[in-house]
Design a protein around this ligand. Sequence first.
Ligand SMILES: [Zn+2]
Length: 305
Amino acid sequence: MYIGRFAPTPSGPLHFGSIITALASYLDAKQNNGQWKVRIDDIDSPRIVEGAESLILKNLESLGLFWDDKISRQSENIQEYKNILEMLKGKNLTYNCNCSRKQIALSNQSDLNEPIYNNHCRGMQHPLSNKSAIRLIADYKSMQFIDRTQGPQSTDINNSAGDFIIKRSDQLYAYQLAVVIDDQLQSVTNIVRGTDLLSSTIKQYYINNLLNFPEKTYMHIPIATINNRKLSKGNGDKVNNNNFSLVLIEGLKFLKQKIEKNIEDASPREILKYAVKNWDTIPLQQIKDIELNPNQRVIADNAHT
Ligand SMILES: [Zn+2]
């Protein structure tokens, strides 16, 4: 059975970019007669804003995006992250790293935003301190998977082969480890999310394999941009519109879906029913980002205009 998910960080209300991810993952799950689950990614505590979780859930309900099963939260999974980290340690697959950001940047041999670590601390047996990061020994040079819209992905394409952090120096579990465990705990089979996460997917794919979890299917959809910048908090950070039908229609236009005139004024429920039936991922192939149209910019309520 298809089980999809939407996993927002409660750092604020949904913005237009996150609505697109919610919408695409919902439509894909429902067209495949699957379940659509919601998880609140709430362990990155510096980013958490109080009250954001209930705003996000209210936004989803207003849009008619009702979830299956109970809401899950990363904060409920901490013990499981700990168990798996201990298991990896027991297999000598981790090491403590005390490198500073500056050292890592200097050793970087990649032109990507995310530096490639040169495995400097591997084998050094640093004692664990409360300032150490923990890295996973990752021999994943020949990994590859097929993304449903972005095609074949491999470490060669992403140029990202280096031991990577699974527990951060601020002692929070890293996204790469947490997301794999979270998805497994929710029995997720299909992951639909923005292309901003495409380059790190190979790491999650590697961990998923290493832990012998069933393989997941990935589809990365275009991310919303304004003036070539990713839509994010402070740059269109809330949906300033009570016309939820319009928000859905503009979301569908962004996702290059067919829209018939008579559906534009329908209720969110009717729009979603129509959109599930007509959901088509082919127009999204090989597209990494899409500039918002003027209507979509209004919905996104660009804070700078
Ligand atoms: Zn190091």
